[in-house]
Design a protein around this ligand. Structure first.
Ligand code: PEP
Ligand code: CO
Length: 447
């Protein structure tokens, strides 16, 4: 019998289109073509040199000279779109980075799930309420959260809206990050922050304040080292490939960059070796996150990493590990052995959120604060036993005092979870929980 040889097809920003794809919305074709046409003519959201700057920073991380904090909403929404909220989102990330920088004595590379995190993969294609079956909400870039037929149909105009929302958010971020660090972190005794809770850390807070003052003075001399695209970047899941492709631009030398954000990640549900998402990501120069969890096949993962990073560049691939407290002990050790045996350069980032999600009796998706903390602890311990330094952490959080993640010490129980449950998708740490977790990381890593 004649052997069929695989045909090598060159990568292009559209080569993913010939492959099978998971999690693709059922767009109306004509309207999608129009939207893509428009998006292709739009300017990039972030520039190629900014993406290159992040790559350089991630090389420091690979050499254990810096640490990454990735944080933000599970899903951004078009309605949560105003100066004050963007400012507050930035503030909590900078406050955490200051705590971590102080504790770990390393620069903290801040990567916000912002200015583009508008699309969500879903475990069920359809949502059912009584007798009504409608497409699941896939993020504001696809459809609306309100449960009615018209609203739930994928609408390509939303891709254009996502672009404009991202552009304006980036504009605010660029102007805010020009402030000095002290102004940016704001007051620690803000009414939002439960100072009593932070009392055991109060000595640290005052020390950190001193550091912030010092930074402020040096920044004035050095013209600030906390500016956008120097140590502050954006990220989102590269889920909607039509959108990502439209914003992918090339240099004169023919190197391609996805200019929708600095870092993009391959979602847990779209990581099939021979499918569209891996193909698209294999041709771009951006650093790439890969979500790794209990369902990840390790041989497939190795193939994906080699495909996305054939030259094994340090800092190019971030493994965003999300095993959950139940699985991390066994699974992480296996993963680490596999990566080490294959001599692959990866950054080790702990996402202690996504493996710990469950539904309450009333149907609220939640996570226990203690599970999140314990997964971080296990992650650090297992890495230490392999003499590997953690590269960073990843959180879903909000500056608002939401009641989405349970914690007895925060008085957030299953019975009062409804009080301020506002997420568009997954449950987020609130302001106090976020600051607390930053202090916990310092304790876990520095004792
Ligand atoms: C997410 O980061 O919001 C997400 C969907 O994560 P995962 O792919 O790990 O479930
Ligand atoms: Co999420």
């Amino acid at each position: 019998m004649k052997k069929i040889l695989p045909i090598y097809k060159e990568w292009s920003p559209s080569s993913w289109q010939t492959l099978p794809i998971k999690q693709a919305p059922e767009w109306p074709k004509d309207k999608l073509t129009d939207a893509i046409q428009k998006l292709k003519s739009f300017p990039p959201l972030v520039s190629i040199h900014e993406i290159e700057t992040l790559k350089k920073k991630l090389k420091y991380v690979a050499n254990n000279k810096a640490f990454i904090l990735i944080a933000g909403d599970c899903a951004e929404t078009f309605s949560d779109f105003n100066q004050s909220l963007i400012e507050k989102k930035l503030q909590i990330i900078f406050q955490m980075s200051l705590i971590l920088g102080y504790g770990l004595e390393k620069p903290i590379i801040k990567v916000a799930r912002l200015a583009g995190q508008f699309a969500k993969p879903r475990s069920s294609k359809m949502e059912v309420k009584g007798k009504i079956h409608l497409p699941s909400y896939m993020g504001d870039a696809v459809n609306g959260k309100k449960f009615d037929y018209k609203n739930r149909l994928p609408n390509p105009n939303r891709l254009i809206q996502a672009y404009y929302h991202s552009a304006t958010t980036l504009n605010v971020l660029r102007s805010l990050t020009e402030k000095n660090i002290h102004d940016m972190i704001g007051k620690w005794n803000d009414e939002k922050i439960d100072t009593k809770r932070l009392l055991h850390n109060i000595k640290n807070v005052s020390k950190i304040e001193k550091v912030a003052h010092l930074l402020n003075t040096t920044n004035q001399q050095n013209n600030s080292n906390h500016i956008f695209s120097k140590d502050f970047f954006t990220a989102h899941e590269a889920l909607l490939l039509d959108y990502e492709q439209s914003l992918t631009k090339s240099t004169e030398q023919g190197r391609w960059y996805d200019c929708s954000s600095h870092l993009v990640w391959l979602g847990y549900r779209t990581g099939q070796t021979d499918h569209a998402h891996v193909e698209f990501l294999s041709g771009i120069e951006n650093p790439i996150g890969i979500k790794v969890g209990p369902m990840t096949n390790l041989n497939d993962l190795i193939n994906i990493i080699i495909n996305l990073n054939p030259h094994n560049q340090p800092g190019k691939i971030l493994l965003m590990v999300r095993y959950g407290i139940e699985n991390i002990k066994n699974d992480l050790a296996n993963l680490m052995n596999k990566i080490t045996t294959n001599k692959l350069n990866v950054l080790w980032v702990c996402d202690p959120m996504h493996g710990n999600t469950y539904k309450t009796k009333e149907g609220f998706k939640t996570r226990d604060f203690e599970d999140i903390k314990n997964e971080l602890k296990c992650f650090f311990e297992i890495l230490k036993s392999h003499t590997i330094t953690p590269s960073g952490v990843h959180f879903e959080l909000t500056p608002e005092n939401v009641t989405e993640c349970l914690g007895d010490s925060y008085n957030i129980k299953q019975s009062n979870i409804h009080e301020k449950y506002e997420t568009a998708c997954d449950p987020r740490l609130n302001n106090n929980q976020s600051l607390d977790i930053a202090f916990s990381i310092n304790k876990l890593l520095k004792g």
